[in-house]
Design a protein around this ligand. Structure first.
Ligand SMILES: Cc1cc2nc3c(=O)[nH]c(=O)nc-3n(C[C@H](O)[C@H](O)[C@H](O)COP(=O)(O)OP(=O)(O)OC[C@H]3O[C@@H](n4cnc5c(N)ncnc54)[C@H](O)[C@@H]3O)c2cc1C
Length: 692
């Protein structure tokens, strides 16, 4: 028997020393109140497209017995990495995925990835660096001769990694230094890292795991720079796992989260690879040694190469939904059980009874519905979007998909980042225990705002898309992008727009009126941003400077406003879907929709007052109605999260278990831990501290 197991047995023998309280804390009180609705409809709606796969996957995952959060809380970095690989092996065994599945039915692979992301963001990332980042890059940029590489990756015969970022360059990927010089005589390339700033950095799985990498490098043919190309190159010996001659691999060291992934660095020194390593769908070097590309412009070509990130960015949206949903499950259940203050002689009140607590929690519930519906839509359309990007990365459809992901990734990851922090705080000190699982949610989610394109830089691509289409409209062209139906040219008309509602009551059950507010905001920000940009073009030496000085309060807000309107639109389609099924469920969802939209308006009241769309009195009605909504939804909050919560073993929190045994579970976990009642071996030091 291992030392740890002995410790656990000993702890159990001494556990349960404390007597139980008279009032057994439970979720019953909250489960017996609030509005009526059909939980199965709500559950189906939020996970619609992957629903059947999800249900089967979670059952299979639980049956393996290999997924238990509490077991892995105190593990070292190395152990955690090993555990994740073991878990992937276990889950792959019972839920096999092959290359055809991924191609023909990406919904199945999304459900698989979703299962991992809901359980642990680190486990999910361990899987996606290979299957999405590396695999999709090979698929998007390679040709027929590379299809075997993709199959090998999906079957885990190879473990791939994605090497774009360098120590010196991240968001400006075009500035990377790694170079690949074409050697015509040997019909191959020589890879070199000119300085440590050019070392590939942060590369997930490069530190210890991957045997192959998709490397982004500056291609030189006959000494002339031909822009960035991607090369699928072996980096470790397949049998010995040693780095190959000419390749130096190392670990980027401890991080502030996601310790289960071995982010690493890669240096190349005169590393020779054959011609076929180049992923040559867009560009080739002919038999005479001449470079050709079907996308002549280097910048456009580089942008097209990032099309492989389609699934990676959808993955950030997916894990943001999962992390926020788990945080809400924990916070709402904990707040319904935890009691503080009360009338003399009466039991104390659950903290969820306090209007302030509901106001802090419920807007995040509305947000999670909004982003989850968008995720569902992305997954549903993924196959056709991937095909469109593959066929023509410069088509309007590809442009629009890219613009949508460029706001969905930032919006969802920011909603989740803010939500997880607010919800942790809303649960007080109990949530500071690692057994709450808030710590892992916070530290593991953090990278989502940075990787796959830093949020603040990525939304600039959405802003560019909006301006480009406004320009098309100005030239009298018809807009083909479906999500831009709202764009108006007449600024004078927009300036005159005013909200029509005159009472708080008028805000209820008027989804189209609420949507009009978001449409007004985006058109107003659009014109306001164009004016700022024009002014800055006159004030600054070049367009780039003018662009940079037009971000704050203008282009960034514009891009995010477009994103929030898009989310509201998808929410409305889900409302319409529920209406014929169940009016009571429709009513609950309508309140969530209202809270989503009015929460945005409340946060951005300054813009609506500046444009004079809302009067001071209307602003007050909105604030009042938001308070009403959080109060009303708070009554049903436990049953709403019951409807949408992931299984208990997935949530993995003492505070968020469906049985509501917050204290008992916390104590059980603490008393089962190693050394809980031990005298520390360092106690003699305390004696040394004492004055002699
Ligand atoms: C855990 C982790 C795993 C990763 N895994 C991989 C991987 O597998 N493969 C890979 O290639 N990369 C990976 N990355 C790298 C990741 O993609 C980059 O961190 C990301 O692209 C941001 O680049 P950067 O860190 O260099 O930030 P920088 O580019 O240095 O940006 C720093 C800050 O400056 C701001 N900024 C930069 N430019 C502008 C501008 N024009 N306007 C306004 N603000 C600006 C940004 O908003 C940001 O806040 C990983 C990163 C992390 C943290």
């Amino acid at each position: 028997m291992s030392l740890h197991r002995l410790e656990v047995v000993r702890s159990h023998l001494t556990a349960g020393r404390l007597p139980k309280p008279a009032l057994d804390p439970s979720l019953d009180q909250y489960r017996s109140k609030g509005a009526e609705f059909d939980p199965s409809i709500l559950h189906r709606l939020i996970d619609d497209v992957t629903f059947e796969y999800d249900t089967a996957n979670y059952k299979a995952m639980e049956r393996t017995g290999a997924f238990d959060h509490f077991k892995y809380l105190d593990q070292s970095r190395e152990n955690l990495r090993e555990i994740f690989v073991k878990q992937i092996a276990v889950i792959k065994e019972c839920l096999p995925l092959d290359a055809d599945d991924d191609h023909e039915n990406p919904i199945k692979s999304f459900s698989f990835a979703k299962m991992l992301s809901t359980f642990d963001q680190g486990l999910f990332a361990r899987h996606t660096v290979n299957s999405s980042l590396y695999g999709d890059t090979v698929h998007a940029l390679g040709t027929a001769k590379h299809s075997e590489l993709r199959n090998r990756c999906l079957l885990y015969k190879d473990y791939g990694c994605f090497g774009l970022t360098e120590l010196g360059h991240g968001t400006n990927g075009a500035g990377i230094e790694t170079r690949a010089d074409y050697d015509h005589e040997k019909r191959g390339f020589v890879l070199n890292t000119p300085s440590y700033l050019g070392a590939k950095w942060w590369i997930g799985a490069a530190g210890k795991t991957a045997n192959i990498a998709a490397i982004f490098a500056q291609l030189y043919v006959g000494g002339v720079n031909q822009g960035i190309q991607v090369f699928a190159v072996p980096i470790r010996d397949y049998e010995t796992h040693q780095s190959l001659p000419g390749v130096i691999l190392g670990d980027c060291g401890p991080k502030i989260g996601l310790e289960g992934i071995d982010n690493g660095f890669i240096y190349f020194t005169n590393y020779r690879v054959p011609y076929d390593c180049m992923l040559d769908r867009f560009s080739q070097i002919d038999a005479a040694g001449k470079f050709h590309s079907k996308i002549k412009n280097k910048t456009k070509r580089f942008s097209a190469m990032l099309g492989g990130l389609l699934r990676g960015r959808t993955g950030v949206l997916m894990s943001s939904c999962a992390n926020l949903r788990n945080a809400l499950t924990i916070a709402i259940r904990c707040s319904a059980v935890r009691r503080q203050f009360g009338k003399p002689g009466k039991p104390e009140r659950p903290i969820l009874d306090y209007p302030l607590q509901r106001y802090r929690i419920l807007p995040h519930l509305a947000n999670v519905f909004a982003i989850s519906f968008a995720l569902d839509e992305m997954i549903k359309n993924f196959k056709s979007a991937r095909q469109a990007v593959h066929l023509n990365p410069e088509s309007i459809e590809s442009e629009e998909t890219h613009a949508i992901l460029s706001f969905l990734k930032p919006l969802s990851s920011t909603y989740a980042q803010n939500g997880i922090t607010a919800l942790r705080e809303a649960c007080g000190g109990l949530a500071f225990s690692a057994y709450s699982y808030f710590g892992q949610l916070k530290s593991n989610h953090d990278a989502n705002v940075t990787w796959e394109g830093d949020n603040n830089v990525l939304v600039q691509q959405t802003a560019r898309f909006l301006l480009k289409n406004l320009q098309r409209l100005t030239k009298g062209q018809k807009l083909q992008a479906k999500t831009l139906y709202f764009l108006r040219l007449d600024f004078g008309e927009i300036q005159k727009q005013r909200a029509a509602f005159e009472t708080k009551a008028a805000l209820r059950d008027s989804p189209e009126e609420l949507k009009k507010m978001l449409i007004h905001r985006i058109n107003w920000l659009m014109h306001y941003s164009v004016l700022k940009l024009q002014e800055n073009v006159g004030n600054y030496p070049d367009v780039v400077e003018a662009w940079n000085h037009s971000q704050v309060h203008h282009l960034r807000e514009l891009a995010l406003a477009y994103g929030e309107l898009y989310l509201a639109d998808i929410f409305l389609t889900r409302l319409a879907k529920v209406q014929p099924q169940c009016m009571k469920t429709h009513a609950i969802l309508m309140r969530l929709f209202e809270l989503y939209v009015l929460g945005i308006v409340e946060r951005d009241l300054g813009t609506f007052r500046e444009s004079e769309y809302l009067s001071a009195a209307q602003g007050r009605y909105i604030k009042e109605y938001v308070r009403d909504l959080t109060w009303e939804l708070g009554e049903s909050a436990v049953r709403i999260v019951d409807a949408i919560a992931y299984p208990d073993f997935v949530v993995g929190s003492a505070l968020g278990h469906s049985d509501g045994q917050v204290y008992q579970r916390l104590l059980d976990a603490i008393e089962s831990a190693r050394g809980v009642y031990d005298t520390p071996p360092w106690f003699p030091l305390l004696k040394q501290l004492r004055p002699s």
